[in-house]
Design a protein around this ligand. Sequence first.
Ligand code: GLY
Ligand code: MN
Ligand code: MN
Length: 464
Amino acid sequence: MFAPETYAARRSALARQLDGLIVILGNDNVPMNYAGNVYGFRQDGSFLYYGGLDEPGLALTIDADTGESVLYGHEPTLDDAIWEGPMASLGDRAAAIGIPTTAVPDALEEAVASARHAGRTVHVLPPYRAVHKIRLAKMLDEDASSIQASEPLIDAVIAQRLVKSDEEVAEIEKAVALAKEVHELAMSLAHPGRTEWEIAGAIEGHLAGQGGFPAFPIILTKHGETLHNHASGAVLDAGDLLLIDTGAVVPGTRYASDITRVAPVGGTFSDRQRDVYQIVLDAQTACIEGMAPGVPFRDLHQLAGLTLTRGLQGLGLMTGDAEEAVAAGAHALFMPHGLGHPMGLDVHDMEGLGEDRVGYDDEFQRSDQFGTKYLRFGRRLDAGHVMTVEPGCYFIPALMDVWQREGKHLDFIDYDALSSWRDFGGVRLEDDVLVTDVGFRVLGPEIPKAPEAVETIIRAGASA
Ligand code: GLY
Ligand code: MN
Ligand code: MN
């Protein structure tokens, strides 16, 4: 956790933007198959931002008119001490986040009722868990399926959380350092005969051993053409291309990382694999180097498409004018997703507050073109933004078949040449990048990415 002053300053800054009563709900444990058997606990990102405490059963109010905050929760009981171990008093936990006032959980309902009775605005964030929808529906006399979240609160939280302070960036760099450890571990295990499950399990175990956990379900597959494919029992064969997209959540503050690398199983890229890898690496390098305050992220997404298109023209898979191809969206056959997304306490930072509210504005609206419509963030970058930059190149037989049948982009795609690429798989490269006052900084320690560096780590794993 950060110092209490950090959380107090964040709450004061938020309070200055609004009036009325702000409610921030912490998350609770979620049952897996019966009430007492729960998933690993995951705190809400906004609660972590304003209240730091990484435990269930808490809520916060911030009175925007007085600036006072209250932490709601249980005092530890004797049963808690017996079953869960000793726990700090609620007052001590509140003090750790700079809050002098505590109350029992039900007092939140009373505080909201009294604010509403007095005609004050009650601001809530959009709930994404059913228990919060039900709780807020009762508090606010609304339908649980259509809770009216506060747009001014959402916008104020987004503005604040999007710009990372130095101490937040330092936490993200720790998360990238953990990601480096597990990516190198996964590369060292990328050998024939291993299963995807074994390698994904090694990643989970390594993170757990450091007090962390994956920032999202691990994507680890020799079918990288399926964008979010999770590990299966598939056995790796020499010549497979293993895509590993994983990130860590750090102990303490719970900031995230999100990194993708691709490993040739056995340690040698084939010529085709190396060619496609290099095209994606060129696209990623161009986009990262283009990052600076004021640059629209959508322009960088288009730059990724252009670099990809030119590279694929070199392989004889695309034809025609590259800029026209990208304007028409033809490159999306190979990269049907966005260039990246903001990252912080949530791996897709604040996606729960509304993707378009985070990533688009009056100047940049979401495109409806296939491919670019999945871009989560199109607006101009600002100093302090942390973005993933993750171009990819995929050969997706189902998509190739539909486009060919529909005769799509015949001026730009050579479907005959593509027929021998159907089992290629996919390549994606992803790093986490800070926008600085003058440009960019790739966060964390360097994670092997040059093809030779990746091959070296894999080969060293064979003799381990
Ligand atoms: N890890 C999913 C993504 O890269 O967005
Ligand atoms: Mn990502
Ligand atoms: Mn990722």
